[in-house]
Design a protein around this ligand. Structure first.
Ligand code: GDP
Length: 464
């Protein structure tokens, strides 16, 4: 363990109720006692672990703040080291002043993520759980929150551990059979290992597939709204954005009028691209082909095509639709409030509509009357989450590092499969199995290089 005793402000800087200065390391309590004066005069060093104490922070004779001090002795703390937290008043100057005093009394400034890195190095959590800490902090919706909190709890670790256990079992059997052929026979093992490799490949593929869903959970479903001018795109955007809490983001570093809006629909996060383009109603049909919204279409996970059911669907709609991927597109037949189109009539006009729509199945919509919203939500959920809006027991991979290692492990398992088909010698299986075993181990942080560990924790926020 590191000899440095570290300190940082662990809350966001700003005016708030409290701000927390955290100290961790061998000398945490000693450092805290130098700056903290408890009402009773007692030292924190004399107080039991997991107790809270009222008192003042002093810089020499200058009183700085009235605080609560929390004492947690290792290994029963987040970092597994002795830890003291000061709950200060949450002003920018006062919290910085408390930290400064702590640093001048023996602590050193913590690097970003250093507290969590110590939790990892101290064996309190594996690397995938440590990574989940940051994902949890950054989560913006229910899916991202659930995926990260489960990963933090150890669901991903458990699954990976189980797969590694299965691989290890095969490795041990091969080893035993090669060492002691009298008691362990490798007769017919090719079929057994082939069967094993099939199942393992399937398991790994399932986890890899979940990454795409995971990306949509954490980053949102990339969505564009397309349609002719006046079809009702802005109205629908406003309706969707107004539905439940809307978070409006100006994306830094992009052109000033290009906006992204994150909206949450029934727990699903839609990242609406180029909403400035959508609002630009001057855009004539001819320019749709080159409009900014169009340039996002290729990139999108979901395209909402808005057609004006009142004015009718025409050649222009046909032209635009023919360029869209029907798998990714939901057609909203908007303005159905103007002429009440019953189910029967829709079937009636469906010949005309269907000739234009082809594979696209429409949702009858009215931005004005707010109808069709439930069907739209259902379609999106069917499209991306197989209808499972509620979080099920499936494990979701949300981290690109994990996905890459799973890909590599699967590659090794495929080599085992190919080997078994060609009846290669057993020690070749061992090499590939061991490779898959190690790759999966890297997800948990086994044998990872120090540089990589440093890189992972550098992306953490200060004080975590
Ligand atoms: P955009 O050019 O595609 O963004 O279309 P807008 O959202 O600006 O809408 C064009 C016009 O259609 C506006 O006057 C809207 O009020 C109207 N509109 C949009 N949606 C509906 C709808 O569902 N019903 C009715 N009756 N009018 C609508």
């Amino acid at each position: 363990m590191s000899e440095r005793t570290i300190a940082a402000i662990s809350t966001a800087l700003g005016s708030s109720g409290i701000g927390i200065v955290r100290i961790s390391g061998e000398r945490a309590v000693e450092v805290a006692d130098r700056v903290f004066r408890k009402h009773s005069g007692k030292k924190l060093a004399e107080c039991p672990s997991h107790t809270i104490h009222y008192g003042y922070i002093h810089d020499g004779e200058t009183m700085i703040d009235e605080v609560l001090a929390l004492v947690m002795r290792g290994p029963h703390s987040f970092t597994t080291e002795d830890t003291v937290e000061f709950d200060c008043h949450g002003g920018v100057y006062v919290v910085k002043r408390v930290l400064d005093t702590v640093l001048r009394n023996g602590a050193q400034p913590a690097e970003p993520g250093e507290f969590t890195k110590r939790a990892f190095l101290g064996g309190r959590m594996d690397l995938s759980q440590a990574e989940a800490v940051m994902e949890l902090i950054q989560s913006q919706n229910e899916y991202a929150l659930q995926a990260s909190v489960r990963q933090l709890k150890g669901d991903v670790s458990e699954k990976i551990g189980q797969l590694r256990g299965d691989i290890l079992h095969q490795l041990a059997f091969i080893e035993a059979a090669l060492d002691d052929p009298e008691h362990y026979s490798l007769d017919g093992y090719d079929e057994k290992i082939l069967d094993f490799a099939f199942r393992m490949e399937e398991e790994l593929s399932g986890l890899i597939r979940s990454f795409e869903n995971g990306r949509r959970m954490t980053e949102g479903i990339k969505t564009v709204i397309v349609g002719k001018p006046n079809a009702g795109k802005s109205s629908i955007l406003n309706l969707l954005a107004g539905e439940e809490r809307a978070i409006v983001t100006d994306v830094a570093g992009t052109t000033r009028d290009v906006l992204e809006e994150d909206i949450v629909l029934d727990g699903m996060n839609l990242r609406l691209l180029d909403t400035a383009g959508i609002r630009d109603t001057e855009d004539p049909v001819e320019s749709i082909g080159v409009s900014r919204a169009w340039s996002h279409v290729k990139d999108a996970d979901l395209i909402l095509y808005v057609a004006d059911s009142f004015s009718g669907i025409d050649e222009d709609d046909r032209r635009i639709l023919s360029a869209l991927d029907s798998q990714k597109t939901i057609v909203l037949l908007n303005k159905t409030d103007i002429e009440q189109i019953s189910e029967k009539e829709i079937n009636g006009i469906s010949d005309q509509i269907r000739s234009v729509l082809g594979d696209f199945s429409p949702v009858l919509f009215s931005a004005k009357e707010k109808t069709g919203l439930d069907e739209l939500k259902k379609k999106i959920s069917d499209m991306f989450f197989a209808g499972q809006i509620s979080f099920n027991d499936q494990i979701y991979i949300t981290n690109a590092r994990h996905k890459k290692l799973l890909d590599e492990a699967r590659e090794s398992i495929r080599l085992v499969k190919a080997g078994a088909k060609n009846h290669v010698s057993e020690d070749l299986y061992s090499i590939d199995l061991m490779d898959a075993y190690e790759k999966l181990g890297l997800i948990l942080g086994e044998e990872v290089e120090d540089d990589l560990v440093d890189e992972i924790f550098r992306s953490f926020c200060m004080g975590k």
